[in-house]
Design a protein around this ligand. Sequence first.
Ligand code: GDP
Ligand code: MN
Length: 376
Amino acid sequence: MKLYEFQGKKIFEKYGIPIQSGEIVYPEQKLKHLSPPLVLKAQVLTGGRGKAGGIKLWDGSQDIKEIIEQLFNLEIKKEKVRALLALKSVDILKEHYLSITFNKSKSTPVLISGITGGIDIEKSAQQDKNQVYFTEFNSLLGILDFQIRFIADKLEIENYFEFKKIVLAMYQIFKDYDATLVEINPLALTPEGLVAVDSKVELDKQASFRHQELYQELKEEVNLITGDELNNYEDVEDTITYVPLSGDIGLVSDGAGTGLLTLDLLSKYKGKVANFCELGGITSPEIVYKALNKVHQDPHVKSVLVVLIGGFNRMDEMAEGIVKFYQESRKHIPLFIRMCGTKEEEGKKIMRDANIAIDDSLHDAVKKAVKKAMEN
Ligand code: GDP
Ligand code: MN
């Protein structure tokens, strides 16, 4: 689960990592006495906001309302901007990259540090391999003093103890929250010392049962931001894999193999896929519902294709989720469904009773979805 910048920073603050002071701004909100210089930041989960125009500096010379309006009208990699973070701007002397994640092939945590951080970290890391250091460490021993000293030396950090405090706090967060990523980019050197100018925290959902209160709180915040009316049925832990693409057909499948097969067919019939939702393993009506909701969020979707091959999954349960979504959502995007396998007849009956058409042939369903997307 990815956290928004402001959510990650709340955790940073709790663990003593220096951040800029500020507040969250929602649309239509009456502004408090904000004084320049401020940096206004679109709260979306995708990275690269700076490059997409999602980070704006307000030095007091323009009308702040205009900047706020511009930001709320942005769509960053298909994500709408529904909240901003207004922060006291800092002077940046140097930018570094710092993160902790897992090296899965070596089964160890790793501290990744970059001499230069900021919006072009990937490019600079590719151009010069000596810019980035990968420091694997033992998860029980933690990051050792000599390792932190080595990195501080490479990054030419002057205040070693200040840096060490931040690195250790990051690993403490990584452990305490069962995170899979704790990233600060940039970690900025300012006249007042080091500051985490950005935050990116990703939590391991498999461990959510250990953090129920936290997840509840995070979800309430996410609901405030996305304001999704369909959310009550949505509050289930899910196993959905969502892959955003650039076409106009939404695809939901109940397995990766089924999904790949359908992607091939779609491409055979010259269809272009907007996004692909794989339900993952044994699932429930709630998860189908949630997947349908997910693919419909993309404004480019002109038709939706659902392909279910029931092994462990029961088609009557899948049908229940589809019908519920269809009846509750006010979105009338053409839907094409092919289902077969376990409890197929029961599933089809539920669909018929709800007046939702289904196709017996996968090819037909695919062809219809492509045709509809082309027409719309
Ligand atoms: P991202 O593009 O989504 O990673 O957003 P960041 O929060 O990392 O901001 C992008 C860039 O904007 C940073 O690398 C900084 O160069 C710049 N930036 C962000 N906040 C400030 C600030 O308070 N002061 C200054 N001078 N630059 C900032
Ligand atoms: Mn950043």
